[in-house]
Design a binder for this molecule. Structure first.
Ligand SMILES: Cc1cc2nc3c(=O)[nH]c(=O)nc-3n(C[C@H](O)[C@H](O)[C@H](O)COP(=O)(O)OP(=O)(O)OC[C@H]3O[C@@H](n4cnc5c(N)ncnc54)[C@H](O)[C@@H]3O)c2cc1C
Length: 385
């Protein structure tokens, strides 16, 4: 196997990972398409990498080629179906996500301001439907341009076809292909006069901690720039804004997703365990049309309502299972962030093995204490948790 000179640790925010067989870079959409098709043509596994902020790679490296997405650009899309006061943008997959947010806030376009400070590139954003502080990409995503590994053709997929859920999508579930660009629809924000001049307003604030930091009620609209600055401040205090000099940010962000469990299961947890409602959980009502009945088709009975579910706080479960902030296994180069129990961090010289060992320890502790198995959020290659 040929081996890249550059280890993958240099290309991921956890800063672990050995070499790849080969590292390729696509700077234009044409290069991205051609290189992806050529790699699929070879028939071996290969890895697409954006900013590497949701990817953890083993010390042995990746046993195939790695293709880096480095296409950039934002363009306005003319769309006669857009509602008044909305803009549609097309952003290339390799564009930096936070640079996009900053530009939109600057231009007075609302809808992604609470997603400020999330590391990584635009093409990966729909893969796990990024979300934070009360906003999710799914709320503004119009469509993606998707190069399908099954056909080698690119096609437009509407957001409704992507099965976007909490840190989830059809792509994360295994639909193989490359996101070439994404289209989002944002609001050309309402403007309010202030001492500093006219200020465009955010979408209504929906996250209690953000509302409290802003000193407003839930549902209030606040100048876009203030939301961005406040989110960045809140995130930095949790080690969730990349900072080379702060090991708490040498991570993949939240290492585990917040578990979604039935209300019945949650009743067995301590009363003070935080729980959040899960939206969209009603079973769809069954409908049989008169035409179908006349045609002799059987009556469709209503599907039994799914048991109601709630989302738990993985950070709380970890802490309550006896793993505090800053926790480190003896001799390990990895530790739980000193600012947030949900992040596993590299303290400067961690190996991927250290990260995996700590992740397994946390899963085991939470399972022993609460009887549920935490699921890692990042994409792990060659690492078993
Ligand atoms: C400090 C920190 C804070 C974070 N905070 C948040 C947060 O608040 N909310 C949140 O949702 N996430 C958060 N994350 C996770 C991460 O930033 C996001 O998931 C981000 O979208 C990943 O982008 P990336 O380009 O770095 O992805 P990568 O890690 O490069 O890739 C992630 C996955 O997507 C695939 N992929 C990448 N590009 C493409 C493409 N063009 N087409 C198809 N597949 C592709 C990769 O193969 C891989 O499987 C955080 C991470 C860190 C390090």
């Amino acid at each position: 196997m040929r081996v890249s000179a550059q280890p993958l640790s240099a290309l991921t925010t956890m800063r672990v990972g050995g070499p790849a067989e080969e590292i390729l870079t696509a700077h234009t959409r044409e290069e991205l398409t051609e290189q992806a098709i050529a790699l699929w043509g070879r028939g071996d596994d290969w890895l697409l990498l954006g900013g590497g902020s949701n990817t953890v790679i083993a010390d042995e490296g990746y046993p195939g080629p790695v293709l880096l997405v480095r296409t950039t650009g934002v363009a306005l899309v003319e769309d006669p179906e857009l509602p008044a006061g909305a803009v549609r943008l097309r952003i290339e997959a390799g564009h930096d996500w936070d640079a996009l947010v900053a530009e939109c806030v600057e231009r007075g376009w609302a809808g992604i301001e609470a997603l400020s400070g999330i590391p990584g590139l635009v093409g990966a954003a729909p893969v796990q439907n990024i979300g934070a502080y009360g906003q999710e990409l799914s709320e503004v995503l119009h469509s993606i341009e998707f190069l399908d590994a099954a056909t080698f053709e690119s096609r437009r997929m509407l957001a409704s076809e992507l099965e976007l859920g909490y840190r989830d999508s059809v792509i994360k579930q295994g639909l193989e292909g490359v996101v070439l660009s994404i289209d989002v629809v944002l609001a050309d924000a309402a403007v309010v006069a202030s001492e500093a001049g006219p200020e465009p307003l955010s979408e209504p604030i929906r996250f209690a901690q953000l509302a409290s930091a802003l000193g407003v009620e839930l549902g209030a609209r606040v100048p876009l720039g203030t939301v961005r600055d406040t989110v960045l401040r809140l995130r930095a205090a949790k080690g969730m804004v990349l900072d080379e000099s702060d090991y708490d940010t040498w991570s993949a962000g939240s290492f585990f997703t917040n578990p979604i469990v039935t209300e019945r299961f949650a009743r067995g947890l301590p009363e003070n365990a935080p729980r959040f409602p899960v939206v969209d959980q009603e079973a769809a009502p069954a409908v049989t049309t008169f035409e179908e009945l006349e045609a002799g088709q059987p009556l469709r009975l209503p599907a039994p309502a799914r048991e109601r579910r709630v989302k738990l706080s993985a950070a709380w479960l970890i802490e309550q299972s006896g793993v505090p902030k800053g926790y480190r296994l003896p001799g390990s180069g990895a530790s739980v962030s000193t600012k947030h129990t949900l992040a596993i961090t590299n303290r400067g010289a961690a190996s991927a093995a250290d990260v995996g060992e700590l992740a397994r320890f946390i899963v085991q502790r939470v399972q022993q204490e609460f009887g549920l198995v935490l699921v890692p959020e990042p994409n792990l290659y060659g690492i078993e948790v």
